[in-house]
Design a protein around this ligand. Structure first.
Ligand code: HEC
Length: 491
């Protein structure tokens, strides 16, 4: 920040340059000098350290999420009919859209990693002790809100993946005792996941949770400033006092160095490995294997251990007790000792906790890899994602809004209706892009050498179709003509 001017330095009043004069002008009207001092002159016992950068990085990535989120919201339409189309449009058509979306997706990943690092550092340093109970608890609320952001954001693209993974999560909400079914209905906007669900998740993801996060960030920082930086957990108090320095400049520089590193990693990932998007959700698909994002994998795996009668214990009681204990940590652990070496129980808990999370996550991926039928199905699903990503964006535009409008040609439009109503799209995918069950039909007329040949196949079926479960479709000549017109339009 450009704070080179210092009105209190007692310089001659006639000598200050334009910059200094402007700063004084501004300061008299806003008190900015005092504000900056308040913000930057926070003493850090023992001096600046890289161990303290994670909180600032979380704040930075959150702001980045807000900015990229605003850009995504400019195109995104929260309805079951349009959500996927508009995300596909962002990913495939909008200039820089895929990059912005990828930064948003990787930003969510980064927040999860930074959250674990920040909490581990605070726990390791015993920085929740000595009048910092509320600071720790406000951090706990932020953690839950961020998890809520990840959960609600995941559904918004309305892809197969996001739809089915989210329905695993929402079915859990229904298990909450007494109020579960009401809660689920409120969150879903009805009995099933549909347009109201997208719209409610959107409202949570874009208005309610971010507003709460902003509020709790303010509380968290206020409580942090009130308690003061905790400083090192070990060492000679005299040396620590001697090495104490202000937040600005050295800690600010360390924060900036680390944040720059985070930006670089996110930017490189977004550029070289853009976030992908699978085909649109098909609620009728009963065989889809849902898999949540990696950060929910440990919990996803944990749930599998509790099938049967004691499901409720694993799904509700243990997580609820876990969260309660998490919040009460500063009250349970009243020992003022902060040095990790002299807190064997706390360190064991931290290690066991981290290992359990990593272990469960690893085990979840391992399970998927060793079961051949699961591995095959997941492979097919990810191939579908790749195929969908590779297919050109073919939805037509209403004005400059991408929308699923009927093709201009009436015969083709009627054909598309038949294609969807007859269930062709269930196997061959929306717009005939192909699925794990049946091949893509884009360019099929050319491939088979004419519409009449395709018509013959649909009417009679061949061995491969029979094997794949495609029935014979005996359509009226007029309908067949319309269907073939539609198939011919898929290029
Ligand atoms: C139950 C799933 C299913 C449904 C429903 C279905 N198909 Fe198929 N379709 C298949 C399978 C499986 C194949 C054969 C795949 C192969 O050749 O290996 C196939 C093959 C085809 C082919 C030949 C593709 C090629 O590359 O040779 C056409 C054309 C076709 N289907 C059109 C349709 C149309 C039009 C409809 C709706 C009237 C429809 N299908 C409904 C599963 C289905």
């Amino acid at each position: 920040m450009g704070t080179s001017a210092n009105p209190a330095s007692g310089r001659q009043p006639q000598s200050p340059g334009l910059g200094d004069r402007f700063y004084q002008w501004l300061d008299r009207r806003t008190g900015i000098d005092g504000l900056l001092r308040e913000a930057l002159d926070e003493p850090i016992p023992g001096g600046a350290k890289y161990a303290y950068v994670f909180g600032s990085a979380l704040l930075f990535v959150f702001l980045s999420q807000v900015i990229t989120g605003v850009f995504l919201a400019m195109y995104y339409v929260p309805s079951a009919d349009h959500a996927h189309t508009t995300v596909a449009y962002i990913t495939k058509v909008v200039t820089g859209g895929s990059f912005i979306r990828s930064i948003h997706v990787y930003g969510a990943d980064a927040m999860m990693i930074l959250l674990v690092l920040h909490m581990s550092q605070v726990f390791f340093y015993g920085a929740y002790k000595k009048r910092r109970e509320l600071l720790w608890m406000s951090g706990g609320v932020l953690m839950l809100l961020i998890i809520g952001m990840a959960f609600t954001g995941y559904l918004l693209p309305w892809s197969e993946q996001s739809y089915f993974a989210t329905s695993v999560g929402t079915s859990l909400i229904g298990e909450v005792p007494w109020i579960g079914s009401y809660l689920k209905e409120i969150i879903l906007g009805g009995g099933d996941m549909g347009t109201l669900t997208v719209s409610r998740f959107f409202v949570l993801h874009v208005f309610i949770l971010p507003a709460a996060i902003f509020g709790f960030i303010a509380v968290h920082i206020y409580l942090f400033r009130t308690a003061g930086a905790a400083g090192p957990a070990w060492g000679n108090p005299e040396t620590i006092r001697a090495k104490t320095e202000n937040f600005y400049p050295r800690q600010v520089i360390k924060d900036i160095v680390f944040v720059t590193l985070v930006i670089m990693v996110m930017g490189l990932l977004a550029y070289f490995k853009p976030a992908d998007l699978g085909p649109a959700a098909n609620p009728a698909n009963t065989t889809y294997l849902p898999r949540p994002d990696w950060y929910f994998r440990p919990f996803f795996e944990w749930l599998k251990f509790w099938k049967g009668g004691d499901e409720f214990i694993g799904e509700m009681i243990v997580p609820a007790v876990g969260i309660l204990i998490f919040f009460l940590v500063p009250f349970i652990d009243r020992n003022p000792e902060r040095a990790p070496r002299r807190r064997p129980n706390a360190m064991t808990l931290l290690m066991v906790g981290l290992c359990a999370i990593l272990g469960l996550g690893w085990y979840s991926y391992h399970q998927d890899a060793v079961d051949p039928s699961v591995a095959k199905e997941l492979h097919l699903q990810s191939e579908e994602d790749v195929r969908f990503m590779a297919a050109p964006f073919h939805v037509e535009m209403i004005g400059n809004i991408p929308g699923k409008v009927a093709p201009v040609n009436k015969t083709v439009a009627a054909g598309e209706k038949i294609f969807n109503n007859q269930g062709c799209s269930t196997c061959h995918g929306q717009g005939g892009v192909g699925t794990a069950i049946a091949p893509k039909l884009i360019g099929i007329v050319k491939k088979l050498g004419g519409a009449s040949k395709v018509g013959y196949l649909i009417d009679h079926e061949n061995a491969a179709m029979k094997a794949g479960g495609m029935p014979q479709f005996h359509l009226a000549p007029n309908q067949m003509k319309q269907l073939l017109a539609y198939l011919s339009s898929l290029k």
